[in-house]
Design a protein around this ligand. Structure first.
Ligand SMILES: [Zn+2]
Ligand SMILES: [Zn+2]
Ligand SMILES: [Zn+2]
Length: 572
């Protein structure tokens, strides 16, 4: 996303320039540096930590240059700050919603006085979109007809015009005052935006043609013409659209559902890894970049542009088509001696869209589904046997892994290293210890004989996809025991493919704990102590993951706190 080479970022120049470059100065203040990477041709620059960041800590928060709710969520959120409460429509256009007078006044100054129009039906033909959006990371063109791109273009042009005004030297009076280096000033945002790559020569010709049509439409748009001192050309606008495509973020809510799209130039400086040490979260429209592992000085801070739940080929295709690079992160390094480089070989690829459609058309459960259902029944019947198996016992057997044995092995190996096991154990497991455990586990899994049938392999993505679907089916059917088992299996695979404190792991563990609690409540009338304790254990795990991945005080943390209270009160 931030493939850009400039001599001013070459490392030996960085120190010289840092005091005069507001962006570098801003990053430096937050313990970060923007460096040239001559040794890695896939990334021409990278953001490195200059100090230690503890996992769960905030690296940087960013305001968007522009953020726009998706059409389907436009009436659920403030159109400026994305707050969901106390929404009122603008009394003039009766279209845009705001959370209060303050937000409306700011939005009016920034952009709404230009875009506030009584909606009219236009005869202009919609410009069809590319079919490229991501499920988790960065996204673009989620709108069906290019409207989002058009709106983003107008909003960014307005933001640039407004910010240029701020930047203009004062007519009279003393010279510009020294600004606070901790604040992302317009100079910082603009500086970051101007460095973002557009890859204009790499987008498919059909995309460029579409962007030219959109840019032409924008220039003819009366809103655009009203922008003061706007000297943006067709070429500028086409370049911006290219930049949006490979830099913009999907803004998501607490449950990780996409609710909008935003241009966050500072957030776009961070490179991608399929094993990220940082994640992007949102408080309304404010972007919060948080560490999910300890990051040491000199280490690169990386986020995920695509969901790590994709197989290697799928990730590679998405990254190449949208961001124009081939990932060489630790998980993508083929032929490496071990560690997470084994992961994708073991997971394989998920079904293609066509295969999935064929499976749906068939109407009969697939062989994988039948096998999973039988395994879950077996797990339930022989509960004690599987839950009591130690990793050593499972590894001692040379038979192919059953689904419950696989889940027990992964959960019993990795979960204790995620959370503090007792009050006296006050030092959480360091990243290195956790990585050693994971590496050893992956090596064992890799060395085991594969089952005879592909449809009976618990380590594969296609099994996970079917199990996830069954998990939500069982939840809908109130079949809590089976949902709980399926949820544990899904968590086991998540713990292999996601970093341990990734928000997806936190959210899933919370859902799992809820299933187990429903199993206790809706089960036999006598409160089942053992099951309540099991539920409490998963609430405990979820607390650790959520505290790092979402943060204390987040909506998910509050939801979890509520569940923990109920389990404490009614379960014991
Ligand atoms: Zn608001
Ligand atoms: Zn209005
Ligand atoms: Zn990778």
């Amino acid at each position: 996303m931030s493939l850009y080479v400039s001599p001013r970022f070459s490392s030996h120049l960085a120190d010289l320039c840092i005091m005069s470059d507001p962006l570098l100065c801003y990053l430096d203040h937050h313990g970060l540096s923007l460096d040239h990477c001559p040794s890695d041709p896939t990334k021409f620059r990278a953001v490195h930590a200059r100090r230690h960041f503890s996992r769960g800590s905030t690296v940087i928060t960013s305001q968007p240059l522009a953020a726009i709710p998706l059409p389907q969520t436009k009436s659920d959120y403030c159109n400026r700050c994305f707050k969901p409460d106390r929404l009122q429509r603008c009394s003039k256009c009766k279209v845009d919603l705001f959370c209060g007078k303050e937000c409306f006044t700011e939005a009016w100054k920034e952009w709404h006085r230009y875009t506030c129009r009584i909606p009219t039906k236009t005869n202009s033909k919609p410009v069809p979109d590319d079919n490229d959006n991501d499920d988790l990371g960065l996204s673009n063109t989620i709108y069906g007809d290019g409207k989002l791109d058009e709106e983003m273009l107008v909003r960014v042009a307005l933001a640039l015009a407004v910010q240029r005004k701020v930047l203009a030297p004062p007519q009279k009076g003393p010279a510009a005052q020294q600004t606070d280096p901790s604040v992302e000033t317009p100079v910082v945002t603009l500086s970051a935006f101007s460095t973002l790559m557009s890859h204009a020569d790499l987008h498919p010709p059909s995309t460029i043609a579409r962007y030219k049509t959109l840019a032409r439409g924008a220039i003819l748009n009366p809103v655009f013409n009203a922008i003061p001192d706007c000297d943006l050309s067709m070429l500028d606008l086409t370049t911006y659209l290219c930049r949006f495509r490979c830099n913009n973020f999907a803004v998501h809510d607490a449950q990780l559902f996409a609710i909008g799209e935003g241009t966050y130039p500072v957030g776009s400086l961070f490179n991608h890894s399929c094993r990220p040490n940082a994640v992007v979260a949102y408080k309304g429209a404010t972007q919060v970049l948080r560490c999910i592992e300890d990051v040491e000085p000199g280490e690169e801070v990386v986020i995920g542009y695509v969901d790590p739940a994709n197989g290697r080929a799928a990730r590679r295709q998405k990254l190449r088509e949208k961001y124009f690079f081939t990932c060489v992160c630790e998980r993508c390094c083929e032929g490496e001696a071990g560690g997470v480089a084994f992961l994708d070989e073991m997971l394989g690829e998920a079904q293609t869209e066509l295969e999935r459609a064929q499976e749906m058309m068939n109407g009969t459960p697939s062989a994988t589904q039948k096998w999973i259902e039988a395994e879950i029944r077996r797990w339930k019947q022989e509960q004690n046997k599987y839950d009591a198996l130690t990793p050593q016992q499972i590894l001692a057997s040379s038979n192919p892994l059953t689904l419950p044995a696989f889940a027990s092995l992964v959960l019993n190996t990795l979960v204790p290293a995620i959370y503090q096991t007792s009050i006296t154990d006050s030092t959480p497991t360091p990243k290195t210890t956790y990585n050693d455990l994971l590496t050893a586990l992956l090596a064992h899994l890799h060395a085991r004989p594969a089952p005879k049938h592909v449809s009976r392999n618990p380590t594969m993505l296609r099994t996970l996809v079917t199990a996830t679907r069954l998990f939500y089916d069982r939840i809908a059917e109130d079949a809590w025991d089976e949902a709980g088992r399926l949820g544990m299996y899904v968590l086991a695979v998540y713990l292999l493919m996601y970093p341990r404190y990734h928000p997806m792991v936190g959210l899933h563990t919370l859902t799992l704990a809820k299933c187990l609690w429903n199993g206790v409540v809706k089960g036999p009338t006598e409160t089942d102590g053992a099951r309540a304790r099991e539920c409490e254990r998963w609430v405990g795990v979820a607390k650790w993951v959520v505290a790092v991945g979402f943060g204390e005080g987040s909506q998910v943390a509050r939801e979890l706190e509520e569940l923990a209270g109920v389990v404490q009160r009614d379960g014991m």
